[in-house]
Design a protein. Structure first.
Length: 293
């Protein structure tokens, strides 16, 4: 949809500006973060309705499913960011700044990954099975690991070691902030290597894949502040995300023999999220060990 690039870019730029005005100045309240998260979700829903009216219901369902996949997998990002910020003892103002630049970088990186992924799928049929294997491996890895337990130690240790090498106090704060932003970008890139193939298992339309990803990523910063105080309560959601990755891996690997409708995919993903969110509230969380260097 080349004709939609300009209005979409204007919309995203406007939302980023409002996000900057609402959440970058002063202290971010949980209520404001929830309100802005809801507003972004409603705007994404409005965009899905626009797609339905211009490109058909199938494309709109693909957008919603891709948005839901990316949004749910981003929760694991939030776990890692929470542990990273806690370990580095960043204040809320520093967290807002890091997340703002991190999201801007994520928009660029994901656009490049989606373009590369869709191009590869169009030219080489075997890439579909490679992506399916990557998703299956990611699902298995999630089942065996704790949320953020292994992902955060490397970035934390690397940031601290690099900061200690510099002795100039005038530049230490800026350099430290840049290193934390880089650590966030690297972490997001690692997660994007799982989430992008998952979205491409639902749609091969690069525009649908890109816009659903961007809307999900756009709400990541406000969602972090909305959920920061209660993320630990959803300790089983990690395994739900593994189930989602396993499902889309099966969908991609078995597509030649079994065609799973987009509506069915959407229903399965929603059901998995609901089941594991409820289970997280019913099953007591185990004692969490502190993140070490």
């Amino acid at each position: 949809m080349p004709h939609a690039w300009l209005p979409f870019s204007i919309l995203i730029a406007g939302l980023l500006f409002v996000d900057l005005v609402l959440l970058q100045r002063g202290r971010t309240s949980v209520r404001a973060a929830w309100i802005w998260t809801l507003v972004l979700a409603l705007i994404a829903g409005g965009y899905a309705a626009f797609i339905a009216s211009t490109s058909g219901k199938q494309r709109a369902l693909e957008f919603v499913t891709g948005y839901l996949i990316e949004g749910s997998l981003s929760v694991d990002n939030l776990f890692v960011f929470l542990l990273l910020f806690r370990s580095l003892r960043l204040g809320q103002k520093q967290q807002r700044r890091v997340l703002l630049w991190g999201i801007l970088g994520a928009i660029l990186l994901r656009g490049l990954l989606i373009l590369a992924g869709t191009t590869l799928l169009e030219r080489f049929a075997w890439v579909q099975y490679a992506f399916g294997a990557i998703l299956a491996l990611a699902a298995f890895r999630l089942l065996l690991s704790k949320p953020g337990a292994t992902s955060v130690r490397g970035p934390v240790r690397w940031v601290r070691d690099c900061c200690l090498r510099w002795s100039d106090p005038a530049h230490l704060a800026l350099r430290s902030l840049l290193l934390v932003i880089l650590a966030v970008e690297v972490t997001d890139l690692i997660f994007a290597l799982d989430s992008i193939p998952a979205v491409l298992a639902v749609t091969r339309d690069p525009w649908i894949a890109f816009t659903s990803n961007i809307f999900a990523v756009l709400g990541l910063r406000s969602l972090y502040f909305a959920l920061a105080s209660i993320l630990d309560r959803f300790h089983l959601l990690h395994y739900g995300l593994a189930c989602i990755l396993g499902f889309v891996a099966f969908k991609m690997l078995a597509e030649r023999w079994i065609a799973v409708p987009v509506v069915a995919s959407l229903a399965v993903i929603v059901a998995i999220l609901i089941v594991f969110a409820i289970a997280s509230r019913l099953v007591p969380a185990p004692a969490q060990a502190a993140v070490r260097d």
